[in-house]
Design a protein around this ligand. Structure first.
Ligand code: AMP
Ligand code: MG
Length: 423
């Protein structure tokens, strides 16, 4: 029998998270920061908009000139200039005059409103069209109408984003509009992936008797990329101490922040990984009361955190989702570490063995338009990766529960939803 410790999922997660810390900040080009966590407050250098400008193609004018203007009784104004976006017109607008203006063009001095072209007798949008000498306006406007005011969105000197904020496309856009081309963020974790097992072949090798291809290495690299970290694929280590040690050394040479291995941690099979880690690090072998994914190894190798996942492809992926993902997100500076869970009504009866179970399911909005329903995606064997292909959620059956009747409510862990769904 093994000397493995028995832990709940919660206990294992707490232990894994306590072994990793937030990485250092680094300055990166703005686009490279997408998905990263801001490591500094950002103070606006400029106001946005930086100057008063028109929100419509139309005419800049003095609002009081249109006080009585209607369709039946239009106001006539003399056109004294033309201002396109990107240019500046120094002409001062006086009562009785107007300037043709394009969306985004700066408001000329003296004007206090814009009237859209649609409300004039010159309802075109063509820049090539000659400037009319005069226009007729068929409505009144209030001072400030169709004008975007300087600082309306952002005031210069304002703290616009705080340390800890996640950079999504909209944050990237705000930073770009403020002239920020380099930004300080928590650096992306570098994660080593090692597949252990004498039965493993590289994906481009033809199958041989008794051998299978190393799918875990790819699943894990994909999971790491999908969460914005950097995978370092160290390939396959056969079931010898020397092979495992060589791979771990390659990871140290690459300065990785975390080791993830698959297989070789279940009872009777883990001696190789165990021997290496015990000699040159420290490691605990756990049996987590979780299905799929019972065996889990956790420790350090030469000071670098180490997480040993089970070998079965579904167990490996679910354990990664449950433990590795949260650890990597913590290292990357995130505080929301887990994907959202939502309540769903399950359509099938579910049987469990009393361990906390993660059941592959497809979740969709209920026909009634309120809430969500879940249907199991097939064989729940820990080697059946295709039932994970059909799934967008893992239904969580609590510890101690052995039967869930159809029609029950369960929490669905939404494995395709980002943590930012409920900001
Ligand atoms: P083990 O934990 O070594 O007992 O492996 C459990 C199961 O996972 C066995 O059927 C292995 O062949 C399989 N397995 C281990 N490593 C991988 C891998 N990298 N890719 C796909 N299957 C694997
Ligand atoms: Mg094995």
């Amino acid at each position: 029998m093994s000397d493995a410790e028995y832990l709940t999922v919660e206990e294992a997660l707490t232990a894994v998270l306590s072994g990793v810390s937030v990485l250092a900040a680094e300055q990166v080009p703005l686009l490279d920061a997408l998905g990263c966590v801001l490591a500094e407050d950002v103070v606006a250098k400029d106001s946005l908009p930086p100057f008063a400008n028109s929100s419509m193609d139309g005419y800049a004018l003095v609002a009081s000139d249109l006080a009585r203007a209607t369709t039946e009784n239009p106001a006539t104004l003399r056109v004294v200039g033309d201002v396109a976006a990107g240019t500046v017109l120094e002409v001062t607008i006086k009562s009785g005059t107007a300037v043709r203006i394009m969306t985004g063009a700066p408001l000329p001095p003296g004007a206090d409103a814009v009237v859209p072209v649609e409300d004039t007798n010159e309802a075109w949008r063509d820049r090539e069209r000659p400037l009319p000498e005069q226009i007729q306006v068929t409505r009144s406007v209030k001072p400030g109408d169709y004008i975007r005011h300087p600082g309306e969105d952002i005031e210069a000197g304002q703290t616009i984003l705080r340390e800890g904020h996640i950079l999504r496309p909209q944050e990237v856009g705000v930073l770009a509009s403020l002239g920020v081309s380099q930004i300080s963020v928590i650096r992306r974790p570098k994660v080593a992936i090692i597949a252990t097992g004498d039965e493993l072949l590289e994906v481009d090798q033809p199958l041989q008797p008794g051998k299978i291809r190393n799918s875990n290495g790819y699943t894990q690299a994909a999971q790491i990329i999908a969460l914005g970290a950097e995978p370092v694929q160290l390939g396959i280590a056969g079931d010898t101490e020397t092979a495992v040690r060589q791979k771990l050394q390659a990871g140290l040479d690459a300065n990785v922040d975390l080791f993830i291995s698959s297989a070789g941690v279940s009872v009777g099979a883990y001696d190789v990984v165990k021997a290496v880690l015990e000699a040159e690090g420290n490691v605990g072998f756990w049996r987590v009361r979780m299905r799929p994914g019972k065996p889990l190894a956790y420790g350090t190798y030469h000071g670098v955190p180490y997480l040993g996942l089970p070998g079965n492809p579904v167990s490996a992926m679910v354990s990664f989702e449950r433990f590795a993902r949260a650890a990597i997100r913590k290292m990357a500076g995130h505080t929301q570490l887990e994907r959202p869970t939502i309540p769903v009504t399950v359509q099938n009866e579910i049987h469990s063995d009393g361990r906390e179970s993660y059941i592959r399911a497809s979740v969709a909005p209920a026909d009634e338009g309120v809430g969500y329903t879940a249907v199991l995606t097939g064989d729940q064997g820990s080697h059946i990766l295709t039932s994970l292909v059909k799934a967008n959620a893992l239904l969580i059956v609590s510890e101690g529960v052995k039967k869930v009747p159809a029609g029950s409510q369960l929490n669905a862990w939404m494995i395709d939803w980002p943590e930012t769904v409920f900001l």
